[in-house]
Design a protein around this ligand. Structure first.
Ligand code: ZN
Length: 162
């Protein structure tokens, strides 16, 4: 009985922590200086419905582009692989798509079209992502695509350098 009484009494002692108003004299250190205007951070997703979530990407000439492709689906890259390939201006997307279809050994990046593909991410399966960095090419409108067989019909868009 005595023990019970004591524990009951102790319950009254709860105290809320006091707010520390006016004690934060330290000034947060400034963020690391980066020239944000010189870097374009781009994220794009591909899904199990064979779609990108963006059909247009805009960057500025001279910017460093940091692009991350994420496959937000769950399907394996052998059946629903996605990459992001930036094509040279005037490149024939259909021709690249057809050549890519027989380039399984090189992740569907056809070696004989290397001069038509400026940069590309790895081929990804569900849950994977890849980040690439490159200098924005000369101002103009470029096309990007997924080179997995048959995907470019749905998975493509414009990459605009202003
Ligand atoms: Zn794809």
């Amino acid at each position: 009985m005595a023990a019970l009484a004591i524990s009951c009494g102790d319950n009254k002692k709860e105290k809320e922590p006091e707010m520390q108003i006016g004690t934060q004299e330290e000034v947060a250190a400034p963020a690391e200086t980066t020239n944000d205007s010189n870097e374009a951070v781009v994220t794009i997703e591909g899904n199990d419905q064979m779609k990108y979530n963006k059909t247009e990407i805009r960057v500025k000439a001279g910017q460093k582009v940091k692009l991350t492709l994420t496959h937000v689906g769950t399907m394996d890259k052998s059946v629903m692989g996605h990459n992001w390939a930036l094509l040279a201006q005037g490149a024939d997307m259909a021709a690249i798509g057809q050549a890519a279809a027989s380039a399984a050994d090189t992740d569907y990046i056809p070696a004989d079209m290397a001069d038509k593909i400026l940069v590309h991410t790895k081929m990804l399966g569900g849950g994977e992502s890849d980040t690439i960095e490159f200098e924005a090419p000369a101002p103009g409108t470029y096309e990007f695509m997924c080179t997995f067989p048959g995907h470019y019909a749905l998975m493509h868009g414009k990459f605009i350098v202003e």
